[in-house]
Write a protein that binds this ligand. Structure first.
Ligand SMILES: Nc1ncnc2c1ncn2[C@@H]1O[C@H](COP(=O)(O)OP(=O)(O)O)[C@@H](O)[C@H]1O
Ligand SMILES: [Mg+2]
Length: 494
């Protein structure tokens, strides 16, 4: 697998981010940009130039602004001009979509669980994280890093690559290999379990004194040279959003573990909420423990295109018309810049082609995914967006939806008032140890949910008397949170 093998193979552009820099510097770091949904240049600064006539045509064909191209232009019958053009430019063997082995290979190349051989468009972010870990190991110093960005922006994937590269580099450079602990917070039963997990990794055989919490054990161990582990430990805390508590104490205590005199923890927290930093970094800064922040911006159209093309390269044949891929990249970039979504749409377009091939009246007409197939897949994906919309909501809006479903189930009702909903929401926040938003913020969030068509707010002079009903099926909400322990607990609160 052509992954980055050593520090020398990494891009030589950005300055090394030392742990020390991470703690004191930060004003000029990416925090300033964290609320920007997406940047206006590609991550590696090299915008992709698409030279194919199909791409050039796509620009002109979209000049009408609706993103559609007339059907006649895209028919893939052997005589269509589009077909002749792609033949002229492609010397690859033809894909046979009726061959099950080939179809399986295409599905795999586009599956989110398939790790790509090369993580393109995230070279700079990977380099910065890698350099941070490298400096910590070289200086035998603890340090903390905070990675944030919307879902599907390659945070987990990039971090996995960095972990591999840190291990390779440590070995090559003759350093003792660090211990690695990867924790996905969605799998924790409660927030403080994070400390128990770290303690168990560092001291698997340790019998803990029950009068001390795992956090206190860790704090005490890291305060004394004889008890603190000598070996560095790389702790990657993914989906860190789930560690937010009312006073953010868990997050603070977690990051503070890197400040103890004999701590050897390289802590990397990864979060989806772009605004999480605003909520817990100021306190850490005041404690002189501000982590270095790296923001993963939503993917731009050209980046999505490049990533898909890169993933398809292993196949050796063309599966999509260039225009079809470009259409997908443009739509997904405009909606969210979420790579998971882009891959899902591509797989769905393949299913549309497969369905067409099963239709005897259309058989033999097409052996490539066309713009029309992609158009259908995109309409499907963006129409059945209720679940996706729920997934992409900020945590508190998700809690409000849970509170509403919970309330309706508990009292066998299908309408309530904003005041009652607020009580239910506050109750859930309390049980989940999450700080509840104030009444005004709560009302604003409900207005946003109303505008998104998820719930309906009635009219009343007094906010708290406004009638609230669901505009979507409550089963969509329970389905959306299936398998998510935190929200399942919210839904089951009584
Ligand atoms: N740069 C990339 N190159 C190839 N695939 C990518 C890239 N970025 C994201 N992906 C794909 O998108 C999926 C979601 O990425 P992930 O790292 O899990 O996102 P996040 O952790 O930011 O939510 C991954 O499973 C991966 O297959
Ligand atoms: Mg992730």
């Amino acid at each position: 697998m052509p992954t980055l093998r050593s520090s020398e193979t990494l891009l030589p552009s950005s300055p090394i981010a030392s742990p020390a820099m991470g703690k004191t510097d930060g004003k000029g770091s990416s925090t300033a940009n964290k609320k920007r949904a997406r940047s206006h240049s590609t991550d590696d600064g090299t915008p992709i130039k698409t030279h194919s006539p199909a791409n050039r045509r796509s620009t002109s064909s979209n000049a009408n602004g609706n993103g559609k191209v007339s059907k006649g232009e895209l028919l893939c019958s052997p005589k269509s001009p589009r077909k002749r053009l792609s033949d002229q430019f492609s010397e690859k063997p033809k894909w046979n979509p009726t061959d099950p082995a080939q179809m399986q290979a295409v599905r795999e190349a586009l599956h989110v669980a398939t790790a790509p051989s090369n993580v393109v468009c995230r070279e700079e972010e990977q380099k910065r994280i890698f350099e941070f870990c490298k400096t910590c190991i070289e200086q035998e110093r603890a340090g903390s890093l905070y990675v944030c960005g919307c879902p599907g922006t390659g945070k987990t994937l990039s971090m996995d690559r960095v972990k591999e590269n840190v291990m390779l580099w440590s070995k090559e450079a003759g350093y003792e290999l660090p211990d690695v602990l990867a924790i996905n917070c969605t799998s924790l039963t409660n927030t403080v379990e994070i400390f128990t997990t770290i303690l168990a990794k560092l001291y698997p055989r340790m019998k803990t004194n029950s009068s001390f919490s795992s956090l206190q054990h860790l704090q005490s161990l890291f305060s004394q040279s004889h008890s603190s582990p000598r070996r560095m430990i790389l702790i990657v805390v993914d989906e860190m959003d789930y560690l937010i508590t009312k006073d953010r104490a868990v997050l603070h205590n977690l990051f503070m573990l890197t400040t103890f005199p004999f701590s050897r923890c390289i802590l990397i927290g990864i979060a989806n909420a772009i605004d999480l930093a605003d909520r817990f970094l100021p306190k850490l800064e005041s404690l002189n423990c501000k982590p270095l922040v790296i923001t993963f911006h939503a993917y731009l159209k050209d980046q999505i295109l490049k990533i898909i093309q890169q993933r398809l390269m292993v196949l050796g044949y063309d599966v999509f018309q260039p225009l079809a891929l470009e259409f997908c990249a443009r739509k997904v970039a405009a909606a969210s810049g979420d790579m998971r979504r882009a891959l899902g749409v591509c797989r769905s377009a393949i299913e549309v082609l497969e369905e067409e091939l099963r239709d005897p009246s259309k058989q033999g007409q097409c052996n490539i995914v066309t713009f029309d197939h992609m158009d259908i897949a995109i309409s499907k994906a963006f129409k059945s967006t209720v679940i996706n919309t729920i997934h992409s909501l900020p945590q508190h809006q998700q809690i409000i939806l849970c509170a509403l479903v919970n309330f309706f189930q508990q009292f066998k009702k299908n309408a309530t008032t904003l005041g009652e909903l607020n009580r239910s929401y506050v109750q859930i926040c309390k049980s989940a140890h999450v700080p509840a938003a104030g009444t005004l913020e709560f009302t604003n969030m409900c207005t946003v949910l109303n505008d998104q068509g998820l719930l309906k707010l009635g009219k009343s002079k007094e906010d708290k008397l406004k009638r609230v009903t669901l505009q979507i099926d409550s089963s969509d909400i329970t389905f959306a949170f299936k398998g998510n322990r935190f929200f399942q607990n919210c839904l089951e609160q009584r």
